[in-house]
Design a protein around this ligand. Structure first.
Ligand SMILES: [Zn+2]
Length: 288
């Protein structure tokens, strides 16, 4: 009997409430790619098939960037680059126009620049897909965010990582400017009292209502940033697994020496209040 198909849809990558300045990245047409085969329109590498519908994005360049980012994110979040290729090659579709992007991803496509989905057959991913919309500067600003979801999905076969952790880690791959706007949304949530207590955020089974989405993304990223600051990125996924098995209080003590949710709340409050603590961490990320 065939195993049930589990569809894991990761939230689209929303823009913060404020508009995002554009960050210049490498030009699209750059150099021949030694490990890829294909054209400016379609390119295959070991782990990706890139389909570019934008004249501003060469599929070979995007595919090469995907492979580099995958290695970097595996090392960062899973502790080591995987020697195995993905059994289901990840389809990356680059859209030139919002209309086609929105038609491809459906709800959430009005204001976002990236979306990703993984389908599992049993505990093995059977389909991976990322849709990206080229921004006005001709860049794929959501690529790192969506690929973070893909890499973290490998650590949770057939299930979903906690929403706060999945989005928090992914936001840390966004540009510094975008992260600063998420932080601004978080600051605003304190004024509007739409913020979450840490326990509430971490135990949410799903995404919040629309009015709390800005707080959700800002606070998830801040909390992920805090835990990465004190324990390093390689402890983050094992911490989540331990929490799934034994609860957050136990996992916080074992992974970070934090005595439960109350102490986490206290220490995170201090982290959030520290001037520019979160953007400084993000600035250390390599750019692709
Ligand atoms: Zn996301």
């Amino acid at each position: 009997m065939l195993a049930a198909v589990v569809v894991v849809v990761f939230s689209v990558s929303p823009s913060p409430v404020s508009s995002v300045p554009h960050i210049s990245e490498r030009p699209a047409a750059e150099k021949a790619q030694p490990h890829s085969t294909g054209s400016a329109r379609i390119c295959d590498t070991a782990n990706f098939r890139v389909e570019s519908h934008s004249l501003r994005c060469d599929a070979r360049t995007v595919a090469d960037r995907c492979e580099s980012l995958r290695k970097h994110l595996q090392l960062k979040w899973l502790g080591a680059e995987s020697s195995e290729t993905w059994s289901a090659r990840c389809i990356v579709v680059v859209h030139a126009r919002r209309e086609t992007y929105q038609a491809a991803i459906g709800r959430g496509g009005e204001q976002t620049f990236g979306s990703s989905i993984v389908k599992f057959q049993g505990d093995r991913p059977s389909d991976r897909r990322i849709d990206l919309l080229v921004d006005r500067a001709g860049t794929l600003s959501a690529l790192g965010h969506e690929l973070t979801h893909m890499v973290i999905a490998d650590a949770f076969p057939g299930s979903q990582p906690p929403a706060w952790a999945n989005e928090g880690a992914a936001v840390l791959a966004d540009s510094v400017a975008k992260q600063q706007l998420h932080k601004r949304d978080l600051d605003q949530s304190f004024r509007s009292r739409t913020f979450f207590h840490c326990a509430e955020l971490m135990q949410m089974a799903d995404y919040p209502s629309a009015d709390r989405v800005p707080a959700f993304y800002g606070q998830s990223a801040s909390l992920a940033s805090f835990l990465v600051t004190i324990g390093g990125s390689e402890k983050f996924v094992p911490f989540l697994k331990q929490a799934s098995d034994h609860g957050y209080d136990h996992a916080l003590q074992e992974s970070y020496g934090i005595r439960g949710m109350a102490e986490l709340q206290h220490r995170w409050n201090g982290h959030h209040s520290a001037t520019n603590a979160w953007p400084r961490l993000a600035a250390a990320e390599p750019r692709f």
